[in-house]
Write a protein that binds this ligand. Structure first.
Ligand code: MV4
Length: 501
């Protein structure tokens, strides 16, 4: 006989692949789920897979997935006892966490105070400093006067970076190379911060050239227990949108990893954290510096799950129910995640349309977290991420080979995806060497095309298309015959508005 479930019924306040992800774990734990959906998501998989589903409004997020009142009303009407916020939307909204608790619902995340403290980057910096976590040299406080700003900038030395206290994730940052530009930049930064966040406070840090983005996954329980599940390397990004993440970080020594994990746990303890969180660091020339803490489960959490053999959503549910966090298993092998976004692979601009054909990858060490189905309409209302491909292998080289193999198996027709860009990154010398930084994707994207190779591939594809007389369900094979296989050609023709054959 199974134990009594930890909760009766969880409301999943999200959509897409993360809503499905949460529903899956809840089902395994014998917990019922309630989905919420906007009119755009009537036919979505999260709606079909949940035990129940409640419409909360029109497509625009502010009219649906961001409506605290509508979501709490759905939870009340359906008799829920807990709420999972997923990521994005209301996941880092202190008012939502508070409103859940006030409505007698367990919020599967940290308390409002911890969310608010980490949402304020200046407050987070103060807490981190007090907990002995290394910071980028700079101001401990918000810059209260121009004189203070100039004095601090001179002390840490140019270039410096101005950041909005209420910012994060790349919003409201500015690099200043010369003292003569400092006060002008500060004025602009304040104005920008005021209009974007209704909070004009800014602070100053030494600018680190070509850092890596390395983050630590933590989990905290209600009894003072805090654990870390190693790190994730997230430097393969463009304009603060990550594309590929891996774990472990290829350049971390065991000592550095232990120190980062200890710092992350110290910060979590210092803010009285509960549940899953991520402490982001900048890594530069063998040193690490606190950047910010994200008070949610992150998109890239599956690479941690694969390497540690844990289910982080299960742990979130267990600690929220008052159980102590389970011991952390020994990590094994190497994991890589690729985000499958509906975007043009060159410009990274959103690509909209209906998924007309779909072939999803499988095989050893492959996990696909996806809400994709044939017929899905990709609309401009939500994030462009359609799915996440996650692979796990005994070592890094095998993980890269596996990721490339699985990406080549994947076929999404009807919208453009970033799969070609991800393949370019995985195949690049910079990525293979492990010696890369946050500029990697920009450098690869800017690299001049190889005309002869392009021509050769096109010629091979055209020849094959003419020979076969149309698309076949064929493996992509090698570059010349495969990267532009009949499937890919069919996709291109379809995008030109013509049906092949
Ligand atoms: C920095 C930095 C260099 N030096 N701070 C960008 C997002 C925001 N959370 C902080 N960011 C950065 N802060 C100092 N002192 C470089 C970045 C940065 C970055 C950081 C992580 C991942 C990608 C990035 C891309 C450009 C700049």
């Amino acid at each position: 006989m199974a134990d009594k479930p930890l909760f009766q019924r969880i409301l999943v306040a999200n959509r897409g692949e993360i809503a499905l992800r949460v529903i899956r774990t809840a089902q395994e734990m014998g917990i019922e789920t309630v989905a919420v959906y906007s009119d755009a998501d009537r036919n979505a998989l999260h709606v079909r897979r949940a035990d129940r589903a409640v419409r909360i409004g029109p497509p625009a997020p502010r009219d649906s997935y961001l409506r605290i009142d509508a979501i709490l009303e759905a939870a009340r009407a359906e008799g829920c006892d807990a709420v999972h916020p997923g990521y994005g939307f209301l996941s880092e909204n202190a008012r939502f966490s508070a409103a859940c608790e006030e409505a007698g619902l367990v919020f599967l995340g940290p308390a409002p105070r911890a969310i608010a403290a980490m949402g304020d980057k200046v407050e987070a910096r103060k807490l981190a400093a007090a907990a002995g976590v290394p910071l980028v040299p700079g101001l401990r406080q918000e810059a209260r006067s121009d004189a203070e700003l100039v004095e601090q900038a001179q002390k840490v030395g140019f270039p410096v970076m101005l950041k909005a206290a209420a910012g994060g994730g790349g919003k409201g940052i500015r690099i200043v190379h010369h003292e003569k530009d400092l006060l002008g930049a500060a004025q602009l930064a304040r104005a920008e911060a005021k209009s974007a966040f209704a909070d004009e406070r800014i602070y100053l840090e030494k600018y680190l050239a070509r850092p890596r983005h390395v983050e630590v996954q933590v989990m905290a329980d209600r009894h003072g227990g805090v654990v870390a599940y190693g790190e994730r390397e997230c430097s393969v990004q463009r304009r603060h949108q990550k594309l590929v993440e891996e774990s472990p970080c290829p350049v971390l020594t065991a000592e550095m990893r232990a120190a980062m994990c200890r710092s992350a746990c110290d910060l979590a303890r210092a803010v009285g954290y509960l549940g899953a969180g991520t402490v982001e660091f900048l890594w530069s020339e063998g040193n690490y510096y606190f950047m910010e803490m994200n008070t949610r489960l992150q998109v890239e959490h599956p690479i941690t799950e694969m390497r540690f053999g844990v289910d982080l959503v299960r742990e979130q549910i267990r600690v929220a129910a008052g159980l102590p966090v389970a011991p952390v298993p020994e990590p094994r092998g190497h994991a890589i995640e690729i985000r499958v976004n509906a975007e043009d692979p060159d410009s990274f601009l959103p690509s909209l349309g209906r998924i007309s054909r779909l072939h999803l990858p499988g095989g050893p060490g492959v996990r696909l977290d996806s809400a994709l189905y044939r017929g899905l309409e990709v609309t401009p209302h939500y994030d462009s991420m359609l799915a996440k491909l996650v692979v796990h292998a005994p070592d890094r080289a095998q993980a890269i080979a596996r990721a490339i193999r699985a990406l080549r198996e994947t076929r999404v027709l009807g919208v453009a995806t970033v799969i070609p860009a991800a393949l370019r990154a995985l195949e690049s010398e910079a990525f293979r060497s492990g010696d890369y930084d946050t500029g990697i994707l920009e450098r690869i994207t800017k690299a001049p095309p190889e005309p002869m190779r392009e021509v050769a591939m096109l010629a091979a594809a055209v020849a094959r298309f003419l020979n076969t007389g149309g698309p076949r369900v064929a493996p992509a094979g090698d570059d010349a015959a495969g990267a532009l296989s009949p499937w890919v050609l069919a996709e291109r023709m379809e995008r030109l508005g013509r049906r092949p054959r």
